[in-house]
Design a protein around this ligand. Structure first.
Ligand SMILES: [Zn+2]
Length: 117
């Protein structure tokens, strides 16, 4: 049984348990995997940063009630956030770094700023 290089897909001669034809292919394969991961992280970071800047833009004072549609119009993506924070009153805020929001009735959101120590 012969095997194929995981990177260049060429047939490997010699031992059948080899995964790469040579060191170059092995290194190239691992680098490309690393880059894929980095790309995903960078993409998500970019969205989170954008979300934060939208929250900051619509609420420069750090506490404002606005219509949810305003966030959507600015390109805010609700499925991306960094963490949740639940107050003593049981309100759960969704945060993008130091800016967070609480969903209110009537398609409104309360935006707050909370310094991260
Ligand atoms: Zn190869």
């Amino acid at each position: 049984m012969s095997s194929y290089c995981k990177y260049c897909k060429q047939k490997i001669s010699g031992r059948s348990d080899k995964k790469f034809c040579d060191t170059n292919c092995r290194v190239a394969f691992h680098n490309s995997r690393l880059n894929e991961k980095e790309t995903v992280i960078q993409k998500v970071n970019k969205i989170l940063r954008k979300n934060r800047s939208v929250l900051k833009f619509v609420s420069p004072q750090g506490k404002t009630t606005i219509g949810k549609s305003l966030l959507i119009n600015q390109g805010f993506k609700f499925q991306y956030y960094t963490h949740h924070y639940t107050t003593k009153n049981g309100n759960t805020y969704t945060f993008c770094y130091d800016y967070g929001y609480l969903e209110l009735e009537g398609q409104k959101v309360l935006i707050i700023f909370k310094q991260i120590r």
